[in-house]
Write a new protein. Sequence first.
Length: 88
Amino acid sequence: MMAKLEAKYPKLFMRTTEEFNGSKGGIWSSAENGDEAKDGFNLFNYYSEDYNEVRYHIGVHKEIYNLLEKNGWYAEWNDPGTIMFWEQ
């Protein structure tokens, strides 16, 4: 999954969750780098008030959310600046 994310978002900060806190099997990413989707909006917005899920689902831009879901992964917030990706 890291290779697919890197191909689409070459500047996206990614490391393994093992490097973050020792948990195995996930991907650790920063939600504070200002990485953008094709529409110019941030990939991650913890404080999003998009309750109708027009652009974001749980604060994750639908562009990256759909890529994760299509590949059997999901996003989970660790805190407002740290997001993890896990295989379903």
